[in-house]
Every structure is written in C-alpha cells, then in structure tokens.
Write a protein that binds this ligand. Structure first.
Ligand code: DX5
Ligand code: ZN
Length: 217
C-alpha cells in the first residue's frame, strides 16, 4: 500500500507537536520535513534545531528533504538531529560529494535518497541508483507548498519506475509537490511508493479524512 508522508511545511509551526500527533492519529505513515536555505531554492524554512525538537516529540519516521546547496556539508548533522531518511538534490552538489554524502548517511545507519527538480532528466540518477534507499521526483519547482502538480512529470516518473525495477527494486519511489486526491490516483497507477502531501493534508481541518482521501482515491 502507498505510504502517505504529510509535509509539515504546511503545518502550524507554533503547535508543531500537536499537528504531528494529529496526522499520526489520522493514519500518516511518515512525516516529511522540508529544509530550505534561501540559495538552492528562493525560500527559507526550518533546520537542525527544529528537527531535534521534533525527534523528541514523536517516534514517527522522519523523511528529511534537504533543499540546500552543497548538502554533503550537513548530512551528518541532520542524521544526528534525528532524521530516519535524508534526501538531497542531485543538482546541489558535485558527483564526488554526492557519493560521499550517500556513504556518510549509510555509515550512520540512516536511509538515504536523492531527488531531482522538474527540469532534471531521470537518467541523471542512474549512476547512484544502486546505492539509494529512495528516489524522490519533484512535481513542482521546489521552494513552496501549495503549487499545482506538473502533469508533464508523469513520463519521468514512469521512466524511473522502470529503472528501479531493473536496477534496484528495493529502492522506494517518492513524489513531492501538488499531490492531492485528484493527482494521487495517477501516481499510484505509475507505481509510486510514497506520496508527500503538504497543503492537501495540513490545509484541511479533518486530517484523517484528508489522508484517507489521498490513500483511497
Ligand atoms: C516544496 C516542498 C514540498 C511541499 C509540498 O518545495 O518540497 O514538500 O511541502 O507541498 P504541497 O503538497 O502543498 O505541494
Ligand atoms: Zn519536500
């Protein structure tokens, strides 16, 4: 069954522990934690101190999405702050530094993923696929919640599903950006394993109903 990972970017940060508990009780599988540095993307969000606090507040699986430049500098700190999975952008670092960052996360006993922006071809991930626990396809330009799903990314998702089936069937396929009850069926159909949803979950009053609508759509 598809996993649902609500993105706390759309949560009320003044009541974060309660927001997280609400989606946990509502049936969320993972929590998605968006880190933005104002350089790799044109927005700034949350970072290491918030992750540390959240780690103390919940036992949920924390899926940390780093939208930061040169992520190899910080992967260790995010692992130590309590990430269960650290995902960073292929566009944000040199190939050698990406390889080292992947190894570092694994050596610390955490799961590791790479992600690509909408304009980055699926084939750029091929050299890394065998080392990864997860691949994340962005279906909006990263930086903001609440944007519209980019339908033209669907062929890329299908292409990656094919690569994973061939080279690393254990690796999970995740999609982030504009996921809601309307777009979720297309993604499930395409063989996506994890759906990130920010506004479609935290923007709704009844989080259980919102999660079920995405899962069962
Ligand atoms: C966007 C973030 C997303 C964001 C998704 O850059 O990576 O995780 O929270 O928000 P929605 O689901 O509203 O598109
Ligand atoms: Zn994200």
């Amino acid at each position: 069954m598809v996993k649902i990972a609500p993105s706390i970017l759309s949560a009320d940060f003044a009541n974060l522990a309660a927001e997280v508990e609400d989606v946990r009780l509502g049936g969320a599988d993972w929590l998605h934690f968006d880190v933005m540095d104002g350089i790799f993307v044109p927005n700034i969000s949350i970072g290491i101190p918030v992750l540390k606090s959240l780690r103390k507040a919940t036992e949920m699986f924390l899926d940390v999405h780093l939208m930061i430049t040169k992520p190899h500098r910080y992967v260790e700190a995010f692992c130590e702050a309590g990430a269960d999975l650290v995902v960073f952008h292929l566009e944000a670092d040199e190939p050698q530094d990406l390889m080292e960052a992947i190894q570092k996360v694994k050596s610390l006993g955490k799961k590791v993923g790479l992600t690509i922006k909408p304009r980055t071809p699926a084939s750029t991930l091929l050299p890394y696929l065998k080392m990864l626990d997860l691949v994340l396809v962005m279906t909006v330009e990263p930086g903001f919640g609440g944007q519209s799903f980019m339908y033209e990314q669907l062929p890329k998702i299908a292409e990656l599903r094919g690569y994973l089936d061939q080279y690393n069937p254990e690796c999970l396929l995740e999609v982030d950006g504009g996921v809601d009850k309307k777009t979720a069926p297309l993604l499930k159909e395409a063989g996506v394993d994890v759906l990130v949803a920010g506004s479609a979950v935290f923007g709704e009053k009844d989080r259980r109903a919102a999660i079920e609508a995405i899962r069962n759509s």
